[in-house]
Design a protein around this ligand. Sequence first.
Ligand SMILES: NC(=O)c1ccc[n+]([C@@H]2O[C@H](COP(=O)([O-])OP(=O)(O)OC[C@H]3O[C@@H](n4cnc5c(N)ncnc54)[C@H](OP(=O)(O)O)[C@@H]3O)[C@@H](O)[C@H]2O)c1
Length: 298
Amino acid sequence: MSAMSNLFRGPWSSTARLDGKTVIITGSNTGIGKETARDLAKRGARIIMACRDLGKAEVAQKELIEDSGNQSIIVKKLDLSDTKLIREFAEVIIKEEKQVNVLINNAGVMMCPFSKTADGFEMQFGVNHLGHFLLTYLLLDLIRRSAPARILNVSSMAHTWGTINLDDINSEKRYNDRRAYGQSKLANILFSRSLAKRLEGTGVTVYALHPGIVQTELGRHLNTPLRVAYTIVKPFLKTPVQGAQTSIYCAVEPALENESGHYYSDCAQATCSRTATDDEMAQKLWELSCQMLGITWE
Ligand SMILES: NC(=O)c1ccc[n+]([C@@H]2O[C@H](COP(=O)([O-])OP(=O)(O)OC[C@H]3O[C@@H](n4cnc5c(N)ncnc54)[C@H](OP(=O)(O)O)[C@@H]3O)[C@@H](O)[C@H]2O)c1
């Protein structure tokens, strides 16, 4: 879809309610995640904002409560760049929450300089893919008990920029910030396909999606020429509200109840790259992710 048509695209419209449902949204203190939280709160859901910056998250929480009139919006600390902290977050959720009906793996970092997570994973692969892979694994029993339930992985059209580099998954031999981001977003789609197969018949469905090109803080690591280009095209990009629509659609659209493992864009099923439909690669990525995280997940 062209940037110009994004400018005039209104919000996807549905009156579906989520009263009595609990939704976790990672990275919901800003951008697409915050607007997704705002909309789902207005539909009556209990919202758990899973954020690493508690100060920023509490400011957003206050705004969302005032705007939605929904008091059931809470903030919990989650830093996806440290598996110990992901485990701590999951323990709190399992202890305190009776159900999780929707998990939205939304948080992301794009094209940052080379750095590593606390566990030594390349930052983009570690946060965008492995962090969410582990989080989903840890919460899955609770999500299964909460069925019908949905798991969303916010990917990107940038999945076409990369391949899964099994020989150098942490980009230690050679780092290219753009390819590493592409690899992590490709991993989001392959993970969704594999997870959907494993969850067949459980009432838990899985969706990968591209939100569009959206005016958010995601470009914070871009170099100066790209920042200048970004400033020029910014008015033509989707607003965060527009960018949240496909996440909202995948979270609430009743017609999607029997669809799982697919890729969505502009509130409709979309075509992803051939590499993103390679089930052999999806299985290899699954095994590698388990091995890197030291977990057993058949
Ligand atoms: N914007 C676009 O054009 C676009 C296009 C395609 C896909 N996407 C995807 O959409 C998702 C949301 O991005 P956005 O555009 O809304 O970007 P954003 O405004 O930068 O928001 C990203 C969120 O992720 C959080 N985050 C980053 N690293 C984290 C970590 N280690 N642990 C926990 N949270 C972390 C950020 O927290 P802090 O505020 O603490 O940094 C922030 O809340 C991402 O997955 C992105 O890849 C965006």
